[in-house]
Structures are given as structure tokens and as C-alpha cells.
Design a protein around this ligand. Structure first.
Ligand code: E4P
Length: 218
């Protein structure tokens, strides 16, 4: 499973990329706004920190302007992935871009049928938003499982399922158990995943016993 970081915070991205556990980055207009940075500069800076895909979202809602914006974003770096909303215009733009070999991430996916359309449009990634579905009393984990089943039914779909809107480690576990290809994680959740109270307790015990040996390895 690949892990992307879902943030516009360049310091967080740098620190997490240094762990070697990060395969790419996703941003959205809200995350860019909260970074306070110039959009193009921010994407350029992020692209220097990872060789993986960096999703940058178009702001237009009409197909023609989406394609113009995609040109601007693609020119920033080779690893920019164009993020498009799951609308008729977004799907149309996705089809053109993917036919031209441009990486695409179709975002704001809330149903399996929407995901089916993203695959038909040749999307590199489709982003089902688990947390936002849970927020309205639906089951985001079930959506991931349904998309996995549908994509597995058709060998000609190469779209990767990118579990998004992840609110906690349980969402990552659900996505991994279902077979999502990627999870994009807020930095806090990526850090939480390595934590377990028994790991801390066990390590403290080992260190205490080791001290009594009086030995040193270095
Ligand atoms: C994914 O690409 C989105 O940026 C993100 O996961 C949205 O998450 P949210 O529902 O927490 O805003």
C-alpha cells in the first residue's frame, strides 16, 4: 500500500518524506489556502521533496478552463498529478489528460458508480472520501470495498483507489483490508500509526534491563 501525505504544510511534508515512508502528496484548495503560500510555488516546493505524485487541484469548474489550468500545473514539475472534481466536466477533462499521458486524480468521489466513471475516464487515481461519508452516517469503508470489487471485475481498469478524507488509523486499516492501493493521510495520522502503548511499555522494560548489563554497543 502506498502512503501519501494530505497537507499543504511544507515542513510536515519534508519531515515525513525524510522517513522514507511517504510515496506522494495530495493537496486541495482548502489545504493550499491554509498554507498561506502561493499555489504554484507551493506545488513546486513539494515536488522537490518527493519523486512520487503530487496532486494539485484545478480551480475551474468548466472543462476547457480545467484543461488550461492543467497545462499550467503540469508545467511546474514532472511529478504533478492533476486533481479534478468528479463532475461531468472533470471526467471529460480526465479523459483528455489521461489519453495524453498526464497523471490524474479524480477527487470528491462518494459513490461506487462515480468511481466506475473515473476508471472509464482513465484516471490514474480515484479518491473516495471516507471520512465525509462517515460524517453523514454512511459507511466510507464499505465504499472502498465496493470500488475494489468493481475494479477487480474488469481487468482493463488501471485506476488506483486512493482512500481520502481519512480521520483516524481505523480508516487506514479499513482501506488496507479492502485492498485500496493508496491512502492519503493527514500528518498526525501517519505518526499515530506507529504508536502502541505496549510498544512504549515494552521498550522501556528492555532499556531498563539493558542498563543493568553496563554494556554499550558503540
Ligand atoms: C484528498 O485528496 C483530500 O485532500 C482530503 O483527503 C480531504 O479530506 P477532508 O474530508 O478531511 O477535508
Amino acid at each position: 500500500m502506498k502512503f501519501f501525505v494530505d497537507t499543504g504544510d511544507i515542513n510536515e511534508i519534508r519531515e515525513l518524506c525524510d522517513t522514507g515512508l511517504v510515496d506522494g502528496v495530495t493537496t486541495n484548495p482548502s489545504l493550499v489556502a491554509s498554507s498561506g503560500k502561493d499555489f504554484k510555488e507551493l506545488i513546486g516546493d513539494i515536488c522537490t521533496l518527493t519523486t512520487g505524485h503530487v496532486s494539485a487541484e484545478v480551480l475551474a469548474t468548466d472543462y476547457r478552463t480545467m484543461l488550461k489550468e492543467a497545462d499550467v500545473l503540469s508545467a511546474i514539475a514532472d511529478n504533478v498529478c492533476i486533481k479534478l472534481p468528479l463532475t461531468p466536466d472533470g471526467l471529460k477533462a480526465c479523459k483528455v489528460l489521461s489519453s495524453n499521458g498526464i497523471a490524474t486524480n479524480v477527487t470528491l468521489c462518494f459513490s461506487a458508480l462515480q468511481a466506475l466513471l473515473a476508471a472509464k475516464a482513465g484516471a490514474t487515481y480515484v479518491s473516495p472520501f471516507i471520512g465525509r461519508l462517515d460524517d453523514i452516517g454512511q459507511n466510507g469503508g464499505d465504499l472502498i470495498a465496493d470500488i475494489v470489487t468493481i475494479y477487480d471485475n474488469y481487468e482493463d481498469y488501471n485506476t488506483q483507489i486512493l482512500a481520502a478524507s481519512i480521520r483516524g488509523p481505523q480508516h487506514v486499516l479499513d482501506a488496507a483490508l479492502s485492498g485500496a492501493h493508496v491512502a492519503t493521510l493527514p500528518p498526525k495520522i501517519l505518526r499515530q500509526m506507529s504508536q502502541h502503548p505496549l510498544t512504549d511499555k515494552g521498550l522501556a522494560g528492555f532499556m531498563k534491563d539493558w542498563e543493568q548489563t553496563g554494556q554499550s554497543l558503540l
